[in-house]
Design a protein around this ligand. Sequence first.
Ligand SMILES: Nc1ncnc2c1ncn2[C@@H]1O[C@H](COP(=O)(O)OP(=O)(O)O)[C@@H](O)[C@H]1O
Ligand SMILES: [Mg+2]
Length: 219
Amino acid sequence: MARAQEYISLSGTGAALAELAARAHRPGRRRLIGVAGVPGAGKSTFAVALARAIGPAAVQVPMDGFHLADVELERLGRRDRKGAPDTFDAYGYASLLSRIQARPSHVVYAPGFERDLEQPIAASLPVGPEPEVVVTEGNYLLLDQPGWREARACLDEVWYVETDDEVRSQRLVERHIRFGKSPDEAAVWVQAVDSENARLVEKTRLRADLRIDLSAFQL
Ligand SMILES: Nc1ncnc2c1ncn2[C@@H]1O[C@H](COP(=O)(O)OP(=O)(O)O)[C@@H](O)[C@H]1O
Ligand SMILES: [Mg+2]
């Protein structure tokens, strides 16, 4: 029988976060920690808090940097469902994680994601040889599909974060509005695009090493 899945609830930024930081960081080794979850679950927010709790030994590399550029999405006819698994360069992500895992003596550059442009920007994030913990977060880290499987294989642990669904949807709509969508466009996008991706991601949660409830997590 499969072992029981670990599950914790993170409230506040105190002891529990420090414990997670200690779990992520084994001094002397480089470890890659993945943070997965549905859109708006709080992955990016949590990853920042975790990296801060770990300190200078941590660096962040977002899966979002592997969004295909709009010009390629247009060519493929997938622009209207940007954010779905096949609108990312999954193999590129896996390849970058593998290079980072190898911990070469030179800098490995990772792409960032520019939210105002909603496009990836190459070579935005330097990962030097020093950082021991690399925190990477995104929707599809636990997806059992080609490319994503290879990415998962580079990660020492993947944690799945979740937030009460009503709170999450509301935050997601607000985030879309903050980055330029009208309230109607935002609501439609969350219903049509984000929720379909969310259903796919939700099914992967049992593959996580640890599940973290962020519903009571205070910024
Ligand atoms: N604990 C929290 N309290 C208040 N707002 C939060 C909290 N966590 C996340 N948010 C907000 O909710 C939205 C979604 O969080 P984010 O970390 O961007 O999710 P994800 O990266 O999983 O899509 C963001 O606008 C973020 O600022
Ligand atoms: Mg995010």
